[in-house]
Design a protein around this ligand. Structure first.
Ligand code: ADP
Ligand code: MG
Length: 271
């Protein structure tokens, strides 16, 4: 049984404490993700998407409940979990090769094999020949591919992607969605994508989790139909069955936004 369950969130709640007091960011989240599954988190700003990724990555500890990877509680960040963000966080004074090798270097695994793997990854991500260049010489899409190479180099079993495409132009974004989807599938990795873009969520994932806020909770889950799961995102977007999945998400999120603004209006100064 535990073999198939890569990630489990059991009744997870998180509270942020600061000068203004304590606030409940996510409440009683129960979620199981199978090994090799691609899941997206969507929902309005502030519903706890990033908080959930931080809890899964071991960057935060839940106030209540537990986070388990391969049946073991997560207690600290580990190279088994790769994290990719909207910003590429490349070091401007390091070459592309050095940037891509950084994850391995930090975890003390920059061996000859590691360096060869980084080289292979850069080739795979169509960055061959850029190794001795610097980040400012590359386009936004290329830089995000370097960040992806750096994340993949440590061979994580799980990939956490927090809006990695949202700063990119539409056509670059579509290409990168395909590339990321393919590299993750090829490696059999488990992935969680956070995105504002419902079409992206529907095109990339096997299952979309719709979150609501105040505090963050799971509203519902939308499964992609079988015939859409095995084809890459660009092809999925063109498939006859895609629109129905998108409409379902759209109506749910629309409803959530309406509810929230109504509550805020009624709440007046208490909101
Ligand atoms: P999302 O990624 O879905 O936009 P977040 O996980 O960033 O949501 O935030 C969830 C909730 O927790 C929000 O109400 C946000 O204001 C609050 N929050 C996030 N980070 C902090 C923090 N460091 N301190 C206090 N509150 C925070
Ligand atoms: Mg966020």
């Amino acid at each position: 049984m535990p073999e198939l369950e890569k990630l489990q969130l059991r009744n997870v709640s998180h509270v942020y404490v600061n000068d203004h007091g304590a606030s409940l960011a996510v409440d009683s989240i129960d979620l199981t993700i199978r090994a090799g599954e691609f899941v997206s988190f969507v929902g309005p700003s502030g519903c706890g998407k990033t908080t959930l990724l931080h809890l899964i990555a071991g960057l935060l500890k839940p106030a209540r409940g537990s986070v388990l990877i391969d049946g073991k509680p997560v207690s600290e960040p580990s190279t088994a979990v790769g994290y990719m963000l909207q910003q590429d966080y490349l070091f401007p004074w390091r070459t592309i090769r050095e940037n891509a090798e950084l994850g391995l270097k930090i975890s003390g695994r920059l061996t000859k094999e590691g360096a060869a793997r980084v080289h292979g990854l850069l080739e795979e991500l169509e960055l061959g020949g850029t190794e001795d260049r610097y980040p400012h010489e590359l386009s936004g899409g290329m830089r995000q591919r370097v960040a992806l190479a750096r994340t993949l180099a440590t061979e994580p079993e799980m990939m956490l992607l927090d809006e990695p495409f949202s700063a990119l132009d539409m056509h670059i974004k579509l290409q990168l969605e395909d590339l990321v989807w393919q590299t993750i599938r090829r490696r059999g990795q488990t992935a969680i994508l956070v995105t504002h873009d419902l079409a992206e969520a529907a095109a990339m994932s096997d299952r979309v989790i719709v979150l609501g806020r105040n505090p963050g909770h799971i509203r519902l889950t939308v499964e992609s139909p079988e015939q859409l799961r095995s084809i890459p995102p660009m092809e999925t977007r063109r498939h006859a069955d895609f629109q129905a999945v998108f409409e379902r998400l759209w109506s749910e999120l629309d409803h959530e936004e309406q509810l929230t603004s109504e509550l805020e209006e009624r709440g007046g100064q208490h909101a």
